[in-house]
Design a protein around this ligand. Structure first.
Ligand code: AMP
Length: 216
């Protein structure tokens, strides 16, 4: 079973993905998390990816496709894919990979949120640098007072993502509209099982809505 999470930055994909992993034991694959680990370890890919990510641009397809194809090795498990595909060319690469393995996309969850709400959310978001758990800061200095609450996390340091600055956020939202939203249209045109999720409610309300469509 392959479930894809699509939505603009700040839609709450990472938050909902964690809830889905806890409740339904999905194998979670997030290209953003994978890239941030590469950046942290200063690998060759990390060094290349960093400049694109910090500006809010997409990392070029050839790096992404190579990275994701390796992680999608186990297509017989229940995969939850977050952050991929980000454009039509990535969507077509995924189709090819799934056909090769006689697999299909079981469900696409398209989370939508108004731009202003995305900007508000991203302006007070922080993440754990180790496990990538997202946090909503109540006030800016709270970042110095909190540590990661995830019991299986080994690091605990919380920081603001480098790409959550106003310029990158604006760029990421516009890239989403230009390059990623067409993927929603693409899946609709292929009659893939896609549901639109209004992601403006509370985390629990959104999770309840998503849960209606998960059949495991
Ligand atoms: P995310 O954590 O999904 O918001 O991704 C953070 C950043 O990683 C994006 O703004 C891109 O620079 C990069 N990235 C993540 N996934 C992809 C992808 N599928 N294709 C290209 N770049 C990506």
């Amino acid at each position: 079973m392959n479930v894809i999470l699509l939505g603009p930055p700040g839609a709450g994909k990472g938050t909902q993905a964690r809830k889905m992993v806890d409740s339904y034991h999905f194998e979670y694959i997030s290209t953003g998390d994978m890239l941030r680990k590469e950046v942290l370890s200063e690998s060759q890919l990390g060094k290349i990816a960093k400049s694109f990510m910090n500006k809010g641009d997409l990392v070029p397809d050839n790096y992404i496709i190579e990275m994701i194809v390796t992680s999608l090795g186990k297509l017989d498990v229940t995969n939850l894919i977050d952050g991929f595909p980000r454009n039509i060319s990535q969507a077509k690469s995924l189709d090819k990979k799934l056909i090769e393995h006689k697999q299909e996309i079981s469900l696409v969850l398209h989370m939508y949120v108004e731009d202003q709400e995305l900007i508000n959310r991203l302006s007070n978001r922080a993440v754990c640098i180790s496990c990538q758990m997202p946090y909503k800061l109540k006030f800016p200095d709270e970042i110095n007072e909190i540590t990661c609450i995830n019991s299986s996390c080994d690091n605990g340091n919380i920081k603001i993502r480098e790409d959550d600055n106003p310029e990158s956020v604006t760029r990421r939202i516009s890239i989403y509209k230009e390059e990623t939203f067409p993927v929603v249209e693409y899946y609709k045109s292929l009659d893939v099982n896609l549901v639109d999720i209004n992601a403006e409610g509370t985390e629990d309300e959104i999770f309840q809505e998503i849960s209606k469509f998960i059949v495991v």
